[in-house]
Design a protein around this ligand. Sequence first.
Ligand SMILES: [Zn+2]
Length: 160
Amino acid sequence: MGYTHYWRRPATIPQAAMCAIADDFGRVVLTLDDAGIKLSGGHGEDAPHITPEGVCFNGLSNCEHSPTDLCEGDCSHEAFAFLRIFRPADWQRPENGLFLDTCKTASKSYNVAVMVLLLIAKHHVPQIEISTEGGGRTLGRGATILSKHIWARKRMSCEL
Ligand SMILES: [Zn+2]
């Protein structure tokens, strides 16, 4: 049931890199949507937040699936946030300059979107470290979506 994503990141992501991450992710949202992965804002409602300051989303809480479906009628779980400027808790100390962050998705469908975003982030900020429980399949699915729909295309400049 877990499916917790862990990643280590620098406190500040360079503006150009965050812009590129948001740009790439913005272009994959419709593809995810077509695959049945509906994203919302952090609280499970409205649209996902995709800006040059960061990306924040969740699954859709009012997903209209049946209570007997795997999601039990609620495709949201913990909000996922990858912000340009990370605000660590008081107790948090960086290791080798990287801060730990996590997101538990309970393997709801937005799990794949979390993996996609983390792969995009690592592509633009290579020192980011990612690990995911039971990650092989999710990682594979995320990578497939990326290679088909994002990185096969010519890079565009950030237009956010
Ligand atoms: Zn659902």
